[in-house]
Design a protein around this ligand. Sequence first.
Ligand code: PRT
Length: 113
Amino acid sequence: MSTTLARLAQTIESRKLENGGDPATSYVAKLFSKGDDAILKKIGEEAVETVMAAKDARVSGESAALVYEVADLWFHSMVLLARFDLTPQQVIDELARREGLSGLDEKASRKAD
Ligand SMILES: N=c1c2ncn([C@@H]3O[C@H](COP(=O)(O)OP(=O)(O)OP(=O)(O)O)[C@@H](O)[C@H]3O)c2ncn1[C@@H]1O[C@H](COP(=O)(O)O)[C@@H](O)[C@H]1O
């Protein structure tokens, strides 16, 4: 896993209230303190903002805002993973497991079930 993702995952873990995270001084701790629906709402918002940034980038040819919004989406997805005691490494492992397996073949194998 990239060291940036690993460090960020550690920081997010340290912001859990049971690990001493303080909602008064930490955005992540504040999000944890608001509860699951607040985290899910942010994921929804950031997904929509990503879609809008992609549509804008298609028109303007300027894609910096898209990178920014995807970073927001990844970050909030990492907060969600932490909420369920999951790690980015588990997502990376799943992507690695799928490596070389065409999405079309995978879909066809599901339809054969
Ligand atoms: N990577 C991020 C990160 N990306 C985005 N954000 C915050 O996520 C929020 C994104 O929400 P929006 O864009 O909708 O902006 P907003 O309207 O201000 O947000 P809301 O009031 O609706 O929550 C903003 O407050 C951003 O600052 C982040 N906050 C924290 N981190 C990382 O998490 C670490 C721990 O942060 P704290 O818990 O605050 O110490 C930091 O050191 C960073 O590494």
